[in-house]
Design a protein around this ligand. Structure first.
Ligand SMILES: Nc1ncnc2c1ncn2[C@@H]1O[C@H](COP(=O)(O)OP(=O)(O)OP(=O)(O)O)[C@@H](O)[C@H]1O
Ligand SMILES: [Mg+2]
Length: 240
């Protein structure tokens, strides 16, 4: 198992944002985390990356206990987060933003990998020396994902990457995630776009008030009445 989370708790003062959460992600797997606003999805990802401390529980990644590691140490273990709201540095160039993703690397392949990003995203290549502020929302999301890819992750976590994108760009984003997974990258995807996320994921879990209240194979969740009532505003086509 690539990622093994056991009994994870996240607290902000009196707010108990994540409660005894357990989760596993295998190599090559795409798992989606669903849930309403305030369910604790971002807190979960931030705790996995080390940006907020776990107040209880254990996180193992690639067989290593990373529970107490700093965010850069986790990045060096090749665990990368594409944060909520992208967090591109708009005063830096596209190229400088990309290089930030590789800051924890000491190998000599960074330049080759940056060129690989430019091959994959010609729009970024054309704007490599411009400030990132010139990018559209969709291009900024591609930049945020590319920046995370430059850490050569074994697991990439994404926090609501489709937020604010047009339907066409959302389609492209999901195609990209499907391709990355096919290339062997494991993905933990937090999404509001429940139906699309369940289409590309093998498994999903649903959080409510910090807890996992439903989990299972994507097809089972997609036809689950409780999920349908909560997210699609109608009952599922088949009885759950
Ligand atoms: N820095 C913080 N300080 C205090 N409380 C916080 C902080 N961040 C989140 N919370 C609280 O923790 C709970 C979980 O929030 P979180 O952002 O993890 O949920 P979410 O599922 O990502 O929501 P959304 O769908 O709106 O992004 C909420 O009650 C929220 O108000
Ligand atoms: Mg969130």
């Amino acid at each position: 198992m690539l990622l093994e989370v056991e009994g994870l708790d996240v607290r902000y003062g009196r707010t108990h944002a994540v409660k005894a959460l357990s989760l596993q992600v295998a190599d090559d797997e795409l798992v989606t985390v669903l849930g309403a606003n305030g369910a604790g999805k971002t807190s979960l990802l931030r705790a996995l990356q080390g940006l907020v401390p776990a107040s209880a529980g254990r996180i193992r990644f690639g067989g290593v206990d990373i529970t107490r590691m700093s965010p850069p140490e986790r990045l060096r273990q090749r665990l990368a987060l594409v944060p909520e709201g992208r967090q591109i540095v708009i005063s830096l160039t596209v190229h400088e933003n990309l290089l930030m993703g590789a800051y924890c690397r000491s190998d000599s392949d960074v330049r080759r990998d940056v060129e690989g990003v430019y091959d994959r995203f010609p729009n970024l290549a054309a704007r490599r020396d411009m400030p990132a502020s010139v990018l559209s929302g969709g291009e900024q999301q591609m930049l945020a994902i590319s920046r995370a890819l430059l850490a050569r992750p074994r697991l990439m976590m994404l926090d609501e990457p489709s937020l604010g994108l047009s339907p066409l760009l959302v389609e492209r984003l999901f195609d990209l995630l499907r391709n990355l997974r096919a290339d062997g990258l494991a993905i933990l995807l937090v999404e509001q776009n429940t139906q699309m996320a369940l289409k590309i994921a093998s498994r999903g879990l649903v959080m409510e008030l910090g807890k996992v209240v439903l989990e299972g194979p994507s097809e089972a969740l997609a036809s689950n009445d409780r999920l349908a009532a909560a997210y699609f505003g109608h009952a599922a086509p088949h009885a759950g």
